[in-house]
Design a protein around this ligand. Structure first.
Ligand SMILES: NC(=O)c1ccc[n+]([C@@H]2O[C@H](COP(=O)([O-])OP(=O)(O)OC[C@H]3O[C@@H](n4cnc5c(N)ncnc54)[C@H](O)[C@@H]3O)[C@@H](O)[C@H]2O)c1
Length: 214
């Protein structure tokens, strides 16, 4: 399908679930091609921001079961890009919804590395990236940046190298004590869970990281 349409043919409808980093970049790409894009998120603050900065062919809608059910029926491309830090992604597209979609609809579950936000997601690889369930095409590669390993690694290390240098120079404890951003990355210290999302997900006690580091 032509994402942008041509004179006399409507552009594709693209639905993006989650308007964070991934969702915003996906919307920029799809909107740039001329598609009719809808971004859903549960954060009204985020939706307000996206509404301000996105071009006119990108609309925003609150993410809830009713809106998702209505949109999946008419979408040509659905991108799952939700994240709940430290927890498994919620299933926003359930198996029963697939039967309501047009045959040939494409679903890309970028949240696959957090368990996926589509019930029928099974992690795939670049060797066999797609599979079909109920005539809906699924793309669920767990390491999508691996398709462009050199440039994606440069992009990642531009952001992470300062942390690696600090860890090497100071040792993990001093580095994490002095740097709030690094400290936020700690999950377990001395056998104690210091990341709220992880303790909630496993139903185990949570400890304040600052207390454990003392
Ligand atoms: N497969 C891959 O190669 C690959 C690559 C990059 C990122 N990811 C994954 O993509 C996902 C998104 O990453 P990100 O960096 O954009 O995260 P992010 O935190 O920037 O954005 C996530 C967004 O999801 C929203 N959200 C939470 N619950 C929601 C719901 N019920 N409905 C709609 N929106 C909801 C949040 O409000 C937030 O705006 C993560 O799971 C991440 O691990 C996968």
């Amino acid at each position: 399908m032509l994402l942008g349409g041509v004179p006399g043919v409507l552009p594709a409808k693209v639905l993006i679930l989650g308007g964070g980093i991934v969702g915003t970049e996906a919307a920029k790409m799809a909107a740039g091609l001329g598609a009719d894009v809808t971004i859903m998120d549960i954060s009204l603050k985020r939706l307000r921001y996206l509404d301000d900065i996105m071009p006119a062919n990108v609309k925003t809608q609150m993410s809830n079961d009713y809106n998702i059910r209505s949109q999946v029926k008419v979408s040509d491309l659905i991108i799952g890009a939700v994240l709940i830090p430290g927890a498994k992604a919620p299933y926003l597209v359930t198996k029963d919804m697939l039967k309501t979609m047009n045959p040939g609809t494409v679903m890309v579950d970028v949240a696959v590395d957090q368990g996926g936000c589509i019930e029928t997601t099974v992690p795939s690889t670049h060797d066999h990236p797609t599979y079909v369930v109920d005539e809906v095409i699924h793309y669920t590669v767990a390491n999508m940046p691996g398709a462009v390993p050199r440039t994606s690694t440069i992009a990642l290390t531009n952001a992470t190298l300062p942390y690696a240098i600090s860890l090497a120079a100071n040792g993990w404890k001093k580095a994490c004590s002095e740097d709030k951003a690094l400290r936020k990355g700690l999950n377990v210290v001395n056998g104690k869970i210091v990341y709220k999302g992880v303790s909630d997900a496993w139903g185990l006690p949570y400890f304040q990281v600052e207390e454990v580091l003392k």
